[in-house]
Ligand binder design. Structure first.
Ligand code: HEM
Length: 460
């Protein structure tokens, strides 16, 4: 079946389609091939053949949960040593997935979100303090660096009542260094032929094992302390206290550890990237920033801090975020496998267990869906009328089906709140010499993005 699919020209024996490829930008390299090769294609790297899908019709078909399901492969599978059967890395049939999903789902309800809102505001206040200091000193701000501090502190605070002190440190917290280390290792594993990995990555594997044991022991301490004194109804309290509504079962200590690490990892880099891209586009499109700011002023007035409901009312700010996630879906792909022998989109036979990677970033730039100006940043694409007129499954930044992102509302609330606060407080001044470069570390991030700030109004 594979043999019928197009692949890049110039294949090398064993190494495959690696000409012109960089191990630092596997996604962007693949995007370069995608348009020429069409909506379904294959690409071989280091002895492994991967199938990529980005056509709207094919992606919609892969969303059929009766015939397809999440595939735990590549980057996701490489995180199993650290996240095990946590929500993100669990195999579909592992019993702890359903158990944890049912126990944790109420932690992402509207009520839960309203409870996190004041904590999110408090963390955002530390960001604006930090930016006020940069502004007073006349410094530009490091956008991806600061957004990562913000989102890490937010998930740590709302998830586990923890404070990493990111804004007060000059060097990252060792927990963050260990987490970034394991993510980097997981990505590197994809770029080395499996038989050679042991040899080539021996030192890195040792460091990775040390990183994992540091993550585990830090989380175990945190959980142990919490068992003696409950927190304020955060995710960890839920994990420890909630029994399954039907079976009465609880998460094991080992599984709680994995969930905590999962939320810290899954819950921050993606949101940080989304905020960073949005700030980049806002700085480059003053007319869009002005419209967003006018909305914030109209909805929030001069309330000292916005309430939970006032965030959901920022419809245009939300469209800015959606449009940023369209062009740069910060989790840029997800994998689907056939749960039975089937034919994809009536054309491509797939055996049970065969899988393909959905290239979200390419789906989101398909001119047939988004028009000839698909590469242009335009939040109006997300006006309700425009959304209704598009086919379903053409905007998939949060994945699909039962295994789609559980943190979607959390991320959108956090990011909309923060964009609102920043727009209200500052004018964002871009560096005219900056050209968008995107780094890949399982997630996407605008590299080296720095902005200058101007104070817009008296502090509120
Ligand atoms: C799953 C994207 C924020 C927790 C996913 C998936 C995507 C995604 C594409 C599906 C992956 C797959 O099919 O293999 C994003 C993006 C975010 C974001 C773009 C921000 C803009 C968050 C946040 C949290 C979170 C804030 C936690 C608070 C999770 C978890 C899963 C997941 C636990 C696994 C769900 C399951 O399989 O049951 N995310 N995510 N994510 N995400 Fe997110």
């Amino acid at each position: 079946e594979l043999a019928r699919l197009p692949h890049p020209p110039h294949r090398l024996p064993f190494l495959g389609d690696v000409l012109g490829a960089s191990r630092h930008t596997p996604l962007q390299d693949t995007l370069r091939h995608a348009r020429a090769l069409g909506p379904v294609f294959r690409r071989k790297a280091f002895g492994k053949e991967f199938v990529f899908v980005w056509g709207a019709r094919e992606v919609a078909d892969l969303a059929d949960e009766a015939r397809f399901a999440k595939h735990v492969g590549l980057g996701v599978a490489n995180l199993r040593p650290v996240a095990g059967d946590g929500l993100f890395t669990a195999y579909n049939q592992e019993p702890n997935w359903q158990l944890a999903h049912d126990v944790l789902a109420p932690g992402f309800s509207r009520e839960a979100m309203a409870g996190y809102h004041p904590m999110m505001l408090a963390v955002a206040g530390r960001l604006t303090d930090h930016w006020d200091r940069a502004l007073a000193a006349g410094h530009a701000v490091d956008v991806p660096g600061d957004m990562t501090k913000l989102t890490l502190e937010t998930i740590a605070r709302t998830g586990f009542g923890h404070d990493f002190g990111s804004f007060e440190r000059t060097r990252p917290h060792p927990f963050v260094t260990a987490m970034v280390g394991t993510l980097g290792y997981a990505q590197r594993l994809n770029t080395v032929p499996a038989p050679l990995a042991r040899l080539l990555l021996r030192g890195a594997a040792r460091r990775n094992a040390a990183d994992i044991s540091y993550l585990n022991s830090t989380v175990d301490d945190l959980v142990a302390r919490r068992r003696t004194a409950a927190g304020d109804g955060d995710l960890l309290d839920r994990m420890l206290a909630t029994a399954h509504p039907v079976t009465g079962e609880r998460l094991s200590a080992r599984n709680v550890r994995r969930q905590v690490i999962t939320f810290l990892v899954a819950g921050h880099e993606t949101t940080s990237g989304a905020l960073s891209f949005a700030l980049h586009y806002l700085s480059r499109h003053p007319e869009i920033a002005a419209r967003a700011r006018a909305e914030v002023d109209a909805v929030w007035g001069d309330a000292e801090s916005p309430g939970y409901d006032q965030v959901a009312k920022l419809r245009y700010v939300r469209r800015v975020l959606d449009e940023s996630l369209r062009l740069w879906p910060t989790a840029p792909a997800y994998a689907r496998e056939a749960v039975e022998d089937t034919v994809l989109a009536g054309e491509h036979p797939m055996r049970r267990g065969a899988w393909a990677l959905v290239l979200t970033a390419m789906l989101h730039r398909d001119p047939e869906v988004w028009g000839p100006d698909a590469e242009r940043f335009d939040p109006d694409r997300f006006e309700p009328g425009a959304v209704r007129s598009r086919a379903p499954h053409t905007f998939k930044p949060f994945g699909t089906g039962a295994r789609a992102c559980i943190g979607r509302q959390f991320a959108l609330h956090e990011a909309t709140l923060v964009l609102g606060l920043l727009l209200r407080r500052y004018t964002l001044v871009p560096d005219p010499a900056y050209r968008l470069r995107v780094t890949e570390r399982l997630t996407l991030m605008p590299e080296g993005l720095r902005l200058r700030l101007e104070r817009r109004q008296a502090p509120v």
